[in-house]
Design a binder for this molecule. Structure first.
Ligand code: SF4
Ligand code: SF4
Length: 102
């Protein structure tokens, strides 16, 4: 699957060993970091070289698309998706009982 641009990272703080490797390898401007010596989280990275993710020795870095891709909603949570699906089913069921086609 082609990698989307830009991307936003998150770090599994329970797995991260604060080695700083992700920051050391990152070509982003200075300051694209957290207070824990990792690459910035919840901030879009438009370079998206993914070197930080690859170098992490404990695979603590995860990423998602910073902007929704066509036909997908990567920033929506699973519960939001379930709720949306449920409402959609209710609308179809409601339309069916009133004789209106969805
Ligand atoms: S993807 Fe590349 S530029 Fe972006 S934070 Fe990771 S190492 Fe830095
Ligand atoms: S490379 Fe991985 S383990 Fe090292 S500081 Fe970055 S997120 Fe933490």
């Amino acid at each position: 699957m082609p990698k989307p641009h830009p991307v936003v990272f998150s770090v599994d703080w329970n797995a991260c060993i604060r080695c700083g490797a992700c920051v050391a390898v990152c070509p982003q401007a200075a300051g694209f970091t957290t207070p824990f010596d990792t690459i910035a989280v919840d901030t879009p990275c438009d370079i998206a070289c993914m070197a930080c993710e690859k170098i992490c020795p404990v695979t603590a870095i995860a990423w998602r698309a910073a902007i929704p891709q066509r036909g997908a909603h990567p920033e929506r949570t699973l519960s939001e998706r379930s709720e949306s699906k449920r409402k959609s089913k209710e609308r179809v069921a409601g339309a069916g009982s009133s004789g209106i086609k969805a």
